[in-house]
Unconditional design. Sequence first.
Length: 238
Amino acid sequence: MAPPRLSLRDITKRYPGITANDHISMEVAPGEVLAVLGENGAGKSTLMKIIYGATRPDEGEVSFDGRPLVVDSPAQARALGIAMVHQHFALFDTLTAAENVQLGLTESMSVAEISEKVRELGERYGLEVDPAAVVMELSMGERQRIEIIRALMTKPKLLILDEPTSVLTPQAVRKLFKTLHQLANEGVSILFISHKLDEIRELADRCVVLRAGKIVASVNPKTESEDSLARLMIGKEP
Ligand code: ATP
């Protein structure tokens, strides 16, 4: 049997006065769409940071495609196939879409080559954006598409998204979900943070619920009501 794409064993991360992640164990399968649900401060961002190399756990092990994963930076994680799309886009407003994609690359590619790639990925995954457009003239949906294209340039096997719909119109959300489903069908594992219960029910194959640093549930959100997900998240009646 193929190993899980990502496996976490007893991940613990402490900050002064708080255990942000408390012995977290979970797995993500190839092509699985996994939502991480939790209230503010539950430990979601800390967990993502550990996975994409922005911080190290105090205890526990991470493995990726069956091999131990020890990464000290997001660049190292990216090189191994783990890409992150942040909630607040890390784009330069006065540069074009293609120039922004170029800045995220370690290999050298001309703007013309990148523009071609941006068009190709755009057509293939419904991520249309004009490579020559200046970022400040683009909608939030288009800006996010640049971020996703930038992430896809390194052919990730795991794509992490932090609250990916928070700045999108309903139409852009529909489009994003189609893209994410297509990537998952091609075997890319998708891990996303959210507290939008309706969207989790629509997008995710599975949902792990974090409360005060601990995983309190791992459920199929499609068979749970929004009320029941809310109860799991806050630990009492909504
Ligand atoms: P949110 O939805 O608000 O982003 P979250 O579920 O992502 O919340 P984390 O950001 O992981 O939660 O934070 C978990 C806990 O760890 C919080 O109490 C937070 O204040 C604390 N924490 C996170 N990062 C640090 C840090 N660098 N230094 C100190 N405490 C931190």
